[in-house]
Design a protein around this ligand. Sequence first.
Ligand code: ADP
Ligand code: FRU
Length: 296
Amino acid sequence: MSKRILCVGLVCVDFKTVVKQYPLEDTNQRTMDTIMERGGNASNSATVLSMLGCDVEYFGTVSDCQNKNFIMSDFEEYGVNISNIVICNNSKCPVSIVIVNSENGSRTILHSNRCLRELTYEDFKMVDLSLYNWIHFEGRPNNDDIRLMILDIKKYNLSVDCHKRITISLEFEKIRTYPLDIIPLVDYAFFSKDYAKHYGFNDMETFVSQKSAEKNKTVICAWGECGAAAKIPDSSVVTSKAFPPKQMVDTTGAGDTFIAACLYSLIHGLSLEEALDSGCCLAGAKCGIMGLRGLK
Ligand code: ADP
Ligand code: FRU
């Protein structure tokens, strides 16, 4: 039986407003369109994995507010399993206002978490690990809980035959302080260019090289129009160029698409270099369309 991929992290609602030009403060401009979409890194990666034909599940908290039905029916429409989601009462769904500049496809995200609680280790204990062959975590403020979840998976892996083991990946995207001692516990660590730049790195090659040596782990970093780089400890840095579309339409979720395509390739036995190439290729295609619909 082929197994499932579990994507753990945020789902939110994106109110995406497409503008002719990036607005100036305190001006009034008519926008080209406003679209409501399901967003959040783990949720977006799950969508793309499903489009690629994977059996994929999203796992996270969802508020029992008026957006719950939209979120749940959208997951269903895209074929993403949500059988373990945790519905939280007395909360509001996190939302993002996303300004998409039609001149260059850039996305400016204004995110409000609105106090929806993060997933806990107790929530995770309900999950039947034998269903999965890959679990991907989006680094969030609940990193202490994520660490416990990862330790459980590692314990599980020691108790089963090699072919039943779960591969673990983790993404650190936002500029915040992450407990980097989690990295040695995972198989693949994804970092964003925003994170790398914040810590003073000016290029993806130096970043993956240094981080991989420091943590003795495979580190992958997507870097917008430069493509992406990765490094396995004790081997050289591999890179992929970017594959820009004819016209940049919307870069929201490019990083999430990149991760999904990398996971897909690695699950199907491709090399890290091939995974980067397919990640950049699909992420490039995503930049050429609005949202994720029609990506594949
Ligand atoms: P994020 O969405 O997390 O900010 P990036 O901007 O690093 O992620 O983009 C992820 C991937 O999307 C890149 O590795 C690249 O392949 C593709 N991509 C993003 N922006 C561009 C661009 N301007 N031109 C071509 N490809 C891009
Ligand atoms: C894109 C995205 C959006 C969401 C925001 C959350 O990567 O997941 O869908 O609004 O980032 O940070």
